[in-house]
Design a binder for this molecule. Structure first.
Ligand code: FAD
Length: 335
């Protein structure tokens, strides 16, 4: 995977070692529309463990599902920050670093090799990620019954390079090392809409919609070009699970509208429905009405406004050290 000028990763074939078998092209998810006709069921879910709920972006659906796979001796693959705050997929039996949404394209790195090893040894693997990543995992391991998929409802991802330059900007602004960043922290009863980060000894908090970096994401100005023509904006996908925030919970289940977060879970397989049925001791799980789904990301792609072009043009202007003027970009586009 190679980054383009905007900092997004794309697959590039190394012609020096390519044997023209065409296998990579044959399994490329972008060339297949084979997951769009699943029969799905909708649920509202909230994990009962209050600490796990606090650490989760919405209702903790990811943790509830992952725990079942781990308790059966399996492994989980999901996105975590590394020590330098790069967002990377990892395969692990410990899911704590995978919790919380990171609104950046995650690098899959070497995880498919690790998943293969686990599947070959008879272990279950839960792959979690964006719908395009889950589709890729399903294509790579087609027919592997031990692979489970939990896709996010996803509005799009931002450039890893833009993110890294933003991290460096925070470090320069506050004169220290960034040691913690969370886009969706639950410090208030606000459905995890507080940005919290620590630089040096100081911790900073901002409402999600007042934080310029988050506003640029929410205004859909910095997404990967493919996110503006996303084919996965439909609920009927054949992933075991599709999980997201339960928008409009106050209308359907007012008793859950306390700002602690509730998950929307869409099951796309019978085995997923069975797994969820077995979780009623760990989570409050209720049926939800598909007709009432208020999720824009299940209806249409993000809209590419004309400002994206200008933002990326500004981002492409680097100083002599190769860094953009992120401060100016945040001020200009994130207000
Ligand atoms: C880029 C992005 C866009 C999203 N857009 C929407 C949306 O439009 N509507 C909506 O309802 N929900 C959206 N979500 C999902 C939502 O914010 C929660 O992440 C989801 O509900 C899971 O919450 P949880 O409480 O079950 O789990 P948590 O414990 O918070 O688990 C987070 C899960 O997300 C995965 N993850 C985190 N960051 C990334 C990443 N960068 N790439 C791939 N996987 C990642 C982890 O592997 C883990 O499985 C988005 C998430 C991301 C990362």
């Amino acid at each position: 995977m190679t980054a383009d000028a905007e900092g997004f990763f794309y697959p590039v074939i190394d012609q020096a070692v390519c044997i023209d078998c065409e296998e990579c092209r044959k399994i490329c998810p972008a060339a297949h529309a084979d997951i769009f006709d699943a029969e799905v069921s909708y649920y509202a879910l909230r994990v009962r463990d209050q600490e796990v709920l606090r650490q989760s972006t919405s209702g903790g659906a990811f943790s509830v599902i992952a725990d079942v796979i781990l308790n059966e001796g399996g492994l989980v693959c999901g996105a975590a920050y590394d020590e330098e705050h790069n967002v990377k997929h990892v395969v692990s039996g410990d899911i704590s670093a995978m919790r919380k949404a990171k609104y950046v394209q995650s690098s899959l790195g070497e995880v498919f090799g690790k998943i293969k090893e686990a599947l070959d040894s008879g272990r279950k693997v839960l792959f979690t990620g964006t719908p395009c990543q889950c589709h890729a995992a399903k294509k790579v391991f087609e027919g592997a019954d031990n692979l489970w998929t939990a896709s996010l409802i996803c509005r799009g991802v931002q450039s890893p390079l833009f993110w890294k330059e933003y991290c460096r900007y925070l470090e320069t602004q506050h004169n220290g090392n960034l040691s913690f960043y969370c886009s969706r922290e639950k410090v208030k009863m606000d459905d995890a809409h507080t940005v919290v980060y620590t630089v040096g000894q100081d911790t900073f908090q901002t409402d999600y919609m007042k934080d310029p970096f988050s506003r640029i994401y929410a205004k859909e100005l910095s997404l990967r070009p493919s996110c503006y023509a996303c084919p996965y904006t439909t609920p009927g996908k054949a992933f075991d699970f599709t999980i997201g925030d339960y928008w409009g919970v106050e209308k359907d289940y007012p008793d859950l509208a306390d700002g602690k977060g509730t998950s929307l879970v869409i099951c796309g397989s019978q085995r997923a429905r069975n797994l969820l049925e077995g979780c009623s001791d760990k989570a409050d799980i209720r049926p939800a009405d598909p007709e009432k789904s208020r999720q824009p990301a299940l209806a249409s792609s993000a809209k590419q406004g004309f400002l994206r072009k200008f933002l990326m043009k500004d981002f492409a202007c680097k100083d002599s050290t190769g860094v953009s003027d992120i401060g100016m970009i945040l001020k200009k586009y994130g207000n």
